[in-house]
Design a protein around this ligand. Structure first.
Ligand SMILES: [Zn+2]
Length: 412
């Protein structure tokens, strides 16, 4: 048993209420009163997937004493669709008064971010798909004031960055210069595009004190280009609209659990690498509590819970988030993740690579590389060697995101 008795007592109390109050979990046996036995009980509970959350939504997730209609009319909660691909898309009962504090608390696990957020002139900007920024919608043309909520400026207003015009890019760069955010939360794919635009135009942007990367998997090319444009530390903020922020990267590159708000079970995957699936049990969440919900991602677990940042975590730490479970392949009993493909591509192309984007689409590796006509073939050979199958490399001008605005690294 890895967690403290206090943590297990809390998990026991929260899950007991879920089983008693939430229709989706009513057929689960009651958790044991003894906190030291909660661990074993939880491990025997079935995982809940997106399919289960969709079935009977929202009724199956509303606690027996809750009145969803009244809460919606009072604007306590809202129904929100997550921004995944069509198969992943999910409706969520979303509560700002739950989301905001648990996200802020996760961010403060990083001492550098905590210091920046504590300063009097702290201000934050968000760059992601307009549909999924803090549960509000910023499609269409709006002024910067209209795209600001609680002092947070939302830069983007169209779903597909491949359709950003020169004017869109100009506007975002201008707003960045004028607003000079101290903290930036960004989809790494979007921020990498803005970074390249800034470099191409020779625009100097005031560097924020930190950048958090979230919403999708960060590749080495994205990280490289963001670092070229901004002299600011980048940290992964790992979570999901339906589950909250689960892990936050610290100043020493480890992801610490946001454990006052969730209990995470890491289920080992096949192979020698320390990879795991992520099952979440939410803590202290009034609406839409989750009991062993499978987020559908694969993470790399850190060897030790000790971290140079000094933050003591009850639960395990992560090295990195590897990508979506559905995008992994099993090769000779080993799990191969999207970020492992990215590692292989960059190991082959070396540190001076000009590749900006790749996507594995069935047996073709699409590569966007304005500076190198040969890299697609070489990258495809490297990925093919890892997956033990023949791949074709194809150099393309652009790779479009899904309708949701998210890019995919692997497409079947
Ligand atoms: Zn740390």
């Amino acid at each position: 048993m890895s967690y403290s008795p206090a943590h297990w007592r809390r998990v026991g109390e929260e899950t007991r209420r879920m089983v008693a109050e939430v229709p989706l979990y009513r057929d689960r046996p009651e958790p044991p009163a003894d906190p030291t036995a909660v661990d074993r009980w939880l491990a025997q509970m079935p995982a809940v997937g997106k399919r289960e959350l969709r079935r009977g939504f929202p009724k199956s997730l509303v606690r027996e004493h809750q009145d969803l209609g009244a809460a919606m009319r009072a604007e306590i909660v809202t129904l929100l669709a997550t921004s995944g691909t069509t198969a992943d898309r999910l409706q969520v009962i979303w509560e700002w008064s739950w989301w905001d504090p648990q996200e802020r608390e996760a961010m403060r696990l990083n001492a550098r971010i905590a210091a920046a957020m504590g300063s009097r002139d702290y201000r934050e900007a968000v760059l992601t798909t307009p549909a999924c920024g803090a549960g509000t919608c910023h499609f269409g043309s709006q002024t910067a004031a209209e795209r600001s909520i609680d002092g947070i400026l939302f830069f983007n207003e169209s779903a597909d960055p491949t359709h950003w015009t020169a004017n869109d890019a100009e506007r975002m760069l201008r707003e960045w210069r004028e607003f000079a955010p101290r903290g930036v939360e960004a989809d790494p794919a979007y921020l990498a595009i803005i970074a390249r635009e800034a470099i191409a135009r020779g625009t100097k942007l005031p560097p924020p004190q930190f950048i958090t990367l979230t919403y999708e998997t960060t590749t080495r090319a994205m990280r490289r280009d963001i670092a070229r444009a901004f002299d600011a530390p980048m940290y992964q903020l790992y979570g999901a609209t339906e589950a909250g922020v689960l892990f936050m990267e610290c100043e020493h590159g480890r992801l610490h659990p946001n454990e006052r708000h969730s209990h995470v079970d890491l289920v080992p995957m096949r192979g020698r690498a320390p990879l795991a699936r992520v099952l979440v049990t939410t803590l202290g969440r009034p609406w839409m509590p989750l009991l062993r919900y499978d987020v559908g991602d694969v993470v790399r677990v850190a060897e030790t819970r000790d971290c140079a940042c000094g933050l003591r975590s009850d639960g395990p730490l992560l090295e990195r988030v590897e990508g979506r479970l559905g995008d992994c392949e099993e090769v000779d009993g080993e799990t191969v993740t999207p970020l492992m493909l990215d590692d292989a591509i960059h190991a082959e192309l070396g540190p001076n690579s000009t590749l900006v984007q790749w996507q594995l689409a069935a047996d073709t590796l699409l590569v966007v590389d304005p500076g190198d006509a040969q890299s697609a073939e070489r990258a495809a050979a490297a990925v093919g060697a890892l997956l033990k199958r023949r791949l074709r490399g194809e150099r393309v001008a652009a790779i479009a995101p899904e309708a949701s605005g998210k890019y995919r690294l692997v497409k079947r």
